[in-house]
Every structure is written in C-alpha cells, then in structure tokens.
Design a binder for this molecule. Structure first.
Ligand SMILES: Nc1ncnc2c1ncn2[C@@H]1O[C@H](COP(=O)(O)OP(=O)(O)OC[C@H]2O[C@@H]([n+]3cccc(C(=O)O)c3)[C@H](O)[C@@H]2O)[C@@H](O)[C@H]1O
Ligand SMILES: Nc1ncnc2c1ncn2[C@@H]1O[C@H](COP(=O)(O)OP(=O)(O)OP(=O)(O)O)[C@@H](O)[C@H]1O
Ligand SMILES: NC(=O)CC[C@H](N)C(=O)O
Length: 711
C-alpha cells in the first residue's frame, strides 16, 4: 500500500541582518507550503539573520535578534500543523554554532548544529562558528527565557540527532556537509532516516550547478531516500549571488527543481512522494549488512503522522513524477545571475539607477547588456504580477504614478540606466558609433562627450608647473611619457563618471533623488594580468563582470546577439579589443593582446592553474609543458610563465582597490574576499625561475621530461 507524503522546500531571497524581512519571507514560505498540503518545510541555511552576515556573526545582538524573530515564528498559529526546519545561529555553552531548529506546533523538537563548516574560497564559517564535529553526540540545551515563555519548554536536545514520527524518520545535513567525503547522509540513511533535509547558503559560480546536482543525486542514488534541498537566493549584501535551485530528489531522481535565477523573493517547491518507494529501494542485502555496522542516532520522537491518511489512502492523490534536471548555458548564467544581483543591489541600496562609461569595446558592452537583461527580467516579473518587483520599480524610478510605469525593458532602461561615451582625439568613429547604437537598442539614456579639453588642460597644467611636456612614444616620447599620457585619460574618465553619476538625474529634472551607482567593467583576465590603470574606470561602485573571463564575455555577447535580439552586438565581437589611449597611425593601432603579451586564452589557462590548481611558477611551467606541447616550445612556455608571474605580482596592489564584483569564476583574483595573497611580492620569483631554467637545461641535454628526476 502506498504511503504518500507531501514535502516542501524553498529558496528565499534573504538579506543579511534584515531580521524582519527575513522573518516575513520565512512565514510566507511556510504558509505557501501548508496551502500546498505539505507536512514538512525546510528553509535555507541561517535564514533568520541571512547567510552572509560575516563578522556580524561575532556579535551577540545577531543571536538575540535571531531568537526574537524565531519566537514570533514559533508563536504564529499560521506556522502550526507542519514540521519546520529553520536555520539560525545559536550560542551553546558560550560557543557559536550554525544551527537548524526543528519544531512542530510551536514546540522545539531539537537543535542540530552544523558538524563540518565551509571554510574555503569565499566561505569563512570557522571565523565565527565552532564545528560540532562529534557525530551522533547530543547534549541538553537550556532555552533562552524569551523562548521558554512561548513554548513552555525548559530544555531541548542539541546535537547530531534525528526525528522519528509515527510514519517516518527525518535527519539533517547542512550545505558543506554534503560536499565532504564522509557526508552525514550515508550514516543517516543506514540508520533508517528516510527524509534528509539540506539547508544551504550556496553561491553561484559559472558551470558549478552540475557539481551540486550530481552530489544530491548520488546521495540518494547510492543510499536511497528523499533529499529536500533548500538554498538561499539573491544578493544578500556582498559579492556572492546565492543561486536558489531548491530541489526534491528521491532515490536518485529529481522530482522538483526550483529556478536558479529569478526575482521572486519566495519560491516554494512541493512534491508528493511514496515512502514505500524508499523502503523498496533500500531492500538490498549489502545495505542491510552495512546498516549493522553503522552508528545509531538518538531519535527525538514526534507523536504525529506526517502522512495521516496512510491507513486509508486517497487513490486520487498522484505521486510526483521524476523529471530531467535543467541546466542553463554558461552564456545564460551570465545574462541572468549578475542581472538578478544588480537588481537586488539597486533596490536594497535604494539607488536611482546606474551609470556606465560605455567605450564601444566588449567589456563595457557586456556590462550594458547585463543591465538590459536585468530590465528584461524586471518587466517580465511585473507582467507576471510580482507585486514586490512592481513596488521596487516605483522606488528605484522615484515615480509612484501608475501611468508612468515602464512597459518595456527599454522604457525601464531609459529611466534608470545611463551610458556615456567619453571620447578623445584617440577615439575612433567606430567605437563611438557602436556605443551610440547599442544605447539606442537597449534604451539607455546616452551621453556623448569629448574630453580632449580636459585632458589637454591637465597636461598644460603639468607643463606650466614643471616646464616639461610629455609626448607619445610614436612621436618620439619615452615609455614613461607614453604611459602617463594614457593613464591621465583613463583616470579622468573615472572622475567624469562620478560627476555625471551624481548630477545626471538632476539634469533630467529629478531633484534630490540621490545619485546613480557607477558600474565598472574590468574582467577577470585583465585584473589578473594587471592590465588596467589604477583608479580609472575600473574603479567604480560595483562591477557585474569582474568575476567573468574575457572568453566567457565574448561567448555571452555572441549568444546575446540572437537570444536578446541585439544584432548590433556582432560588431562588438568582430572588433579588435583596443584601449584607444594612443594616437592611431598608418603603422600602429593599439591592441590589448599585443600590449599585454598574452592572449586571453593563455590568461584563462594560466589563471586557472594559478588559482584552481594552486600552481606556483615551477609547477605551472611543468603542467604547461604538457598542455601546450603542440603549441609552444619549452623556452616559450618558460618565458610566458615568468612573465605571467612578473605582471601578476607587480600589479597585485591594484587588486587591493578592485571594485567589488559579482563572484562568478573559480580563478577570480579578488583580493578582498576570494584570493587572499600579499600585494608586495618579489616579481622575480628567483628560485622558481632557477628551477624552470634547470628543467630547460636538462631538456636541452636531450633528457626526456618523463624519465628525468626533478627535485
Ligand atoms: N607594489 C605596489 N604597491 C602599491 N602601489 C604600487 C606598487 N607598485 C606600483 N604602485 C603604484 O601604482 C601606480 C601605477 O599603476 P597605474 O597608475 O595603474 O599605472 P601602470 O600599471 O604603470 O600603467 C597602466 C597599465 O594599464 C595598461 N592599460 C592599457 C590600456 C588601457 C588601460 C586602461 O586602463 O584603459 C590600461 C597600460 O598598458 C599599463 O600597463 C603608481 O602610483 C605606483 O606608485
Ligand atoms: N571612450 C570611452 N568612453 C567611455 N568609457 C570608456 C572609454 N574608454 C574606456 N572607457 C571605460 O574604461 C574602461 C576601461 O577601459 P579599457 O580601454 O581598458 O577597456 P577594456 O577594459 O578593454 O573595456 P572595453 O572592452 O569596455 O573597452 C572601459 O571598460 C570603459 O568603462
Ligand atoms: N554554506 C556552505 O556550506 C557552502 C559551501 C559549499 N562548498 C558550496 O559552495 O556550496
């Protein structure tokens, strides 16, 4: 006989420290889950204060306020009649833990601290929380007075335990724990836990979703059981975008999959599952044998049936059918992730819009297309009746009048998105024309200016003061003069950007509405190589493409040509990237790749080796000997590696002031959160170079690389 149970999971767009807003979204998700007949609901990791509070997790206020919000959830009768798994931080014996609190009908059943914390890359959970570490170990926890008053309970169990109801057993695994070699879901399953909840604060990275999905699928494919995956979504106040994609998986098959990118603050997924399927799936002798050797969990009993009609089931109830997993193309991920992040950022900081220096090159074009994509998402959400988005549009446009409400992405862009071509005598008609054409197609409010007089007046000031006039290299000047003449143009653009961002809304008749957020467009590869002028337009308020490689940006623009119906973008892809900071002559046109001494393909490979594969110069050289064996000689590879580490180190200081960017790439060089390295590094890497040279010497002496001994 079937044993149907309806379960719910959700993605919530929580904002760090927005206690009331977070509480309201939690309650809304519970109400929706109940309306859909669910008897259990799981929410994202640390959903009460928001996942990304960072050092606010060191403050006692965060814990007190989390309990205060939690008490209002517990005492709200709308949250009764459903088993709740809610994430929040808890102090126990003076230690701070990242916890899940399970409750039913206003009573706490247990508190389950995270056993293995996330502490790599962007994650620093060990900085504020203690890992519980002791699997299957449980203690008593004295509830705070304010909770005692609500629940009439003194003490609850705190630790690695599970819940048994009259009809099933439920256990927890928290985010990173699923990524560990000895993930708790194995021993939970072997001890008879049928439903495993996973509450996550997991961020978006291009091409990462399949890692997460395969881990979830494998967990239940191997052990059998139901996996309820919940994740935060949106920008909760930092560089990360949490990419939702809640899931319900049973016995290795997906029953429900939420959106990875959307502007809905609350998304609830439900599925009807036959628990007998889990029991049948686990009827394997080898599983039975291992279960005898596996640890036993303390069980907190809940005298409730989560599928109450099991003795008298309704034949009309249909179990949810499996469905294939859905993945976005990386190009779509770029169109959607940074766009959602920008929208959250804008509405949450109550900005009046964006300002973008638009050069006619690929990078600022990609930033502009992402803002356009954001406008498309906003209009789509409004058309679909999303009241929160409508309210936010009125806030951001500073216009409450329904008659003025934008109906198309272009109308919205025209109100909130400002682009500006800042030409000089070095600029070409092509770049100026491309910038103008793009702005027309996406609807941005475009300004075209020539800043030659500003540049020449600064150079004159310098000349009057020092009696020296710098001249370009092609006219006989030195390298230093040539560079200074370029850098002043680039830096003045930043100053102008901030002036226009502050005053453009005012020139358009909007008084005292606040300024526009200045967008930056430096990509991962040029930041890694340091091919940018410190404090030029790479210094902005936020940068949606700072974590994206040039190659991915090119792919994104090519994809957008068709998918976003912007044929103008083809001309951006076909153009040779150039900074247009030096005069063009018959013999010379400035080109990025020639200037840098690297192609973007090479930078991508080397960037990945440096960060993802954790290579210093010597091991990078050894790896590249194989990777590039058909493309370059060992000497060329050695020169590339030495030069790469040289430029990376002499320019590392630029990363200390790099504009906060959307994190999207595993090899991001972001100094502030992700890629923590010194910024005063001896660029010679002399011992590494010495070792590279000795390998070259041995190769020259005709020794084979695979048989020689290298120390
Ligand atoms: N270790 C260190 N710690 C802290 N600061 C350090 C430093 N080393 C130099 N500095 C300082 O950094 C400054 C030099 O850096 P910076 O002013 O950026 O100038 P710099 O890196 O010398 O030149 C700009 C680079 O960007 C390239 N570029 C090309 C095309 C376009 C663009 C563009 O942006 O549009 C840029 C250009 O070819 C050149 O390689 C100086 O003030 C110097 O004192
Ligand atoms: N003529 C210009 N008008 C407006 N902004 C400009 C102009 N030239 C450069 N910028 C701004 O300065 C940033 C850095 O300029 P750079 O020449 O290094 O271009 P880039 O990093 O290759 O980017 P892009 O592909 O957008 O030109 C650009 O992304 C853009 O925001
Ligand atoms: N909050 C967590 O535990 C997240 C860590 C995990 N490795 C992830 O990237 O999703």
């Amino acid at each position: 006989m079937p044993h149907y149970i309806t379960l719910a999971t959700c993605s919530l767009n929580q904002w760090a420290m927005d206690f009331e807003g977070n509480r309201d979204r939690i309650v809304e998700s519970i109400v929706i889950a109940k309306e859909r007949g669910a008897s259990m609901r799981v929410g994202p990791e640390l959903e009460v204060p928001g996942y990304g509070c960072l050092d606010h997790f060191l403050e006692n206020d965060t814990y007190l306020q989390s309990w205060e919000m939690y008490s209002t959830i517990l005492s709200n009768p709308d949250t009764y009649g459903i088993l709740l798994d809610i994430g929040m931080p808890v102090i126990h014996k003076n230690r701070r833990y990242n916890c899940r609190i399970l409750s039913y009908d206003g009573k706490i059943l247990l508190i389950r601290p995270k056993i293995f914390l996330a502490n790599d890359g962007n994650y620093r959970e060990m900085r504020y929380f203690t890992p519980w570490l002791k699997t299957q170990y449980v203690e008593d926890f004295n509830l705070p007075v304010l909770i005692k008053k609500v629940t009439n309970q003194e003490v609850v169990r705190f630790g690695d335990l599970v819940i048994s109801t009259l009809d099933t057993v439920i256990g927890c695994e928290t985010c990173e724990e699923m990524f560990t070699p000895q993930a708790p879901h194995v021993s939970l399953s072997l001890d008879g836990v049928e439903i495993i909840t996973n509450s996550s604060g997991s961020h978006h990275e291009l091409r990462k979703l399949n890692t997460r999905v395969s881990l979830i699928m494998e967990a239940t494919r191997k052990c059998g059981g139901v996996y309820l995956y919940s994740n935060q979504k949106g920008c909760d106040g930092d560089r990360l975008y949490y990419d939702g994609c809640a899931m319900i998986v049973c016995n290795g098959e997906i029953l429900a999959q939420g959106k990875q990118f959307s502007l809905d603050d609350v998304e609830v997924l439900t599925a009807v599952i036959d628990l007998e399927d889990v029991r049948a799936y686990r009827a394997l002798a080898s599983h039975g044998i291992q279960s005898r050797l596996s640890p036993v969990y303390e069980r907190k009993h809940l005298d409730v049936e989560l599928s109450p009609d099991s003795m008298n089931f309704d034949i009309t109830v249909e179990p949810t059918a499996p469905r294939p997993c859905f993945y976005h193309l990386p190009e779509e991920e770029i169109a959607l992730g940074p766009a959602c992040w920008l929208w959250d950022y804008l509405r949450r900081c109550k900005g009046a819009g964006f300002f973008l220096p638009l050069s006619g090159g690929i990078d600022s074009c990609a930033t502009a297309v992402i803002v356009y994509s954001m406008c498309r998402l906003v209009i789509e959400a409004c058309d679909a009746g999303n009241e929160q988005v409508k309210k936010d549009v009125k806030l951001v446009t500073r216009d409450e009048n329904d008659d003025n409400f934008p109906k198309t992405p272009q109308e919205l862009a025209n109100k909130i998105f400002h682009t500006c071509f800042m030409g000089t005598s070095n600029s070409s008609e092509e770049t100026k024309g491309r910038a103008l054409e793009l702005s027309k197609k996406i609807g941005s409010y475009h300004v075209n200016l020539n800043m030659d007089t500003v540049v020449s007046s600064i150079i004159s000031l310098f000349e009057v003061t020092t009696g020296k006039k710098p001249i370009y290299k092609i006219f006989g000047g030195s390298n230093i003069e040539n560079l200074a003449l370029q850098n002043i143009q680039a830096r003045l653009r930043m100053v102008l950007a901030y002036l226009f961002a502050q005053l453009l809304p005012w020139t358009r008749g909007k008084k005292d509405v606040g300024g526009l957020l200045v967008l930056g467009s430096a990509n991962v590869d040029e930041q890694l190589r340091g091919y940018l002028t410190k404090y030029d337009c790479s210094s902005a308020d936020i940068n949606p493409i700072g974590g994206i490689s040039k190659n991915d940006l090119k792919r994104f623009i090519t994809w957008s040509t068709k998918s976003l119906q912007l044929p103008i973008l083809k001309s951006f892809v076909d153009a040779t990237p150039t900074a247009e900071l030096e005069p063009v002559t018959k013999e010379y046109v400035q080109s990025d790749e020639a200037d840098m001494g690297f192609t973007y393909d090479e930078l991508s490979v080397m960037g990945r080796l440096r960060k993802v594969e954790k290579c210093g110069p010597y091991s990078m050289f050894i790896k590249l000997l194989h990777i590039w064996k058909d493309k370059k000689t060992p000497e060329e590879i050695a020169t590339k590696v030495n030069s790469f580490f040289w430029y990376y180190s002499v320019n590392r200081h630029k990363q200390t002031v790099s504009t906060p960017s959307y994190h999207a790439e595993q090899y991001s060089p972001d100094d502030n959160r992700f890629d923590l390295r010194p910024f005063l590094i001896d660029p010679r890497f002399s011992w590494g170079r010495h070792k590279i040279s000795s390998v070259l010497d041995k190769m020259k002496a005709n020794e084979k690389i695979d048989t020689m001994t290298v120390d």
